[in-house]
Design a protein around this ligand. Structure first.
Ligand SMILES: CC(=O)[C@@H](O)[C@H](O)COP(=O)(O)O
Ligand SMILES: NCC(=O)COP(=O)(O)O
Length: 244
């Protein structure tokens, strides 16, 4: 069954907007699990624009499903992840000035650094995912770096329309198929919402989708738990109830 990873970053964005204690991302995560989330994803950015260290520390012992911590390939973040020991770490690129994650991790271009990070985290008992563009070169490099999991960046697909969106969907389909032939677990995420998620969930072998921004937005009108339940229903229906 395809997994839904609920990303709670933008619950924290609303909290950080005024520096209040609410809305509490911890409460959002626990409610998300009750509503059917298979895992909780959170991105501790270097600039701490939304998720804070204390959020990750507090949430880790409370989750009943699993924690997928997104982090940049830096000494600070690797040391933090090894201290927290989430079940999963997804290594992502970060630029301070970016509005959101712009592209995938350049595993090929920074191979030694990524391979060493994968090795350190894996030795710490953490399952490592690499957040990459739907590019067979990056998939091959991810496999060579020793990562058991990749997450395909669906941002270009989400931002495209019409024929371009179909082209991007084709790239993603081919990337998933290639990743599966390499023996990788293949996940996807970024910019997914009710209007574009079904085609991604329907891709044979897609194991997990990580969705956050759109769920927080939809929660304003339909409620947090209802949005998560509906997203999971749409994903499972699109996947035809097939095992991942
Ligand atoms: C890696 C990814 O696509 C998302 O988790 C995103 O990077 C979250 O960070 P922002 O919500 O700050 O963009
Ligand atoms: N890795 C993608 C993720 O966790 C959520 O991305 P988004 O849905 O907030 O764009």
């Amino acid at each position: 069954m395809i997994d839904l990873g609920v990303n709670i970053d933008h619950v924290a964005t609303l909290r950080q907007a005024r520096g209040t204690a609410y809305p509490d991302p911890i409460r959002a995560a626990l409610l998300a699990e009750q509503a059917g989330a298979d895992l909780i994803t959170l991105h501790l950015r270097e600039d701490r624009r939304h998720i804070q260290d204390r959020d990750v520390e507090a949430l880790r012992p409370l989750l009943k499903t699993r924690m997928n911590l997104e982090a940049a390939v830096t000494e600070e973040m690797l040391a933090f992840a090894l201290r927290i020991r989430p079940q999963d770490v997804c290594l992502v690129p970060e630029k301070r000035q970016e509005l959101t994650t712009e592209g995938g991790l350049d595993v090929m271009g920074g191979f030694d650094r990524v391979r060493d990070a994968v090795s350190r985290l894996s030795e710490g008992g953490i399952r490592v995912s690499l957040f990459i563009d739907p590019d067979p070169v990056q998939l091959d490099a991810a496999r060579k770096a020793g990562a058991p999991v990749v997450e395909i960046h669906t941002g270009a697909y989400a931002e495209a329309e019409g024929e371009e969106a179909q082209r991007e969907l084709g790239r993603i389909r081919r990337a998933v198929a290639h990743g599966l032939t390499l023996g990788l677990r293949v996940n996807a995420g970024h910019g997914l919402h009710f209007g574009n998620v079904a085609a991604i969930a329907a891709i044979p072998g897609m194991a997990e989708l990580n969705i956050g921004h759109a769920l927080v937005a939809d929660a304003m009108f339909m409620g947090w738990e209802a949005a998560i339940r509906e997203m999971k229903r749409v994903m499972v229906a699109a996947a035809g109830g097939r095992p991942a």
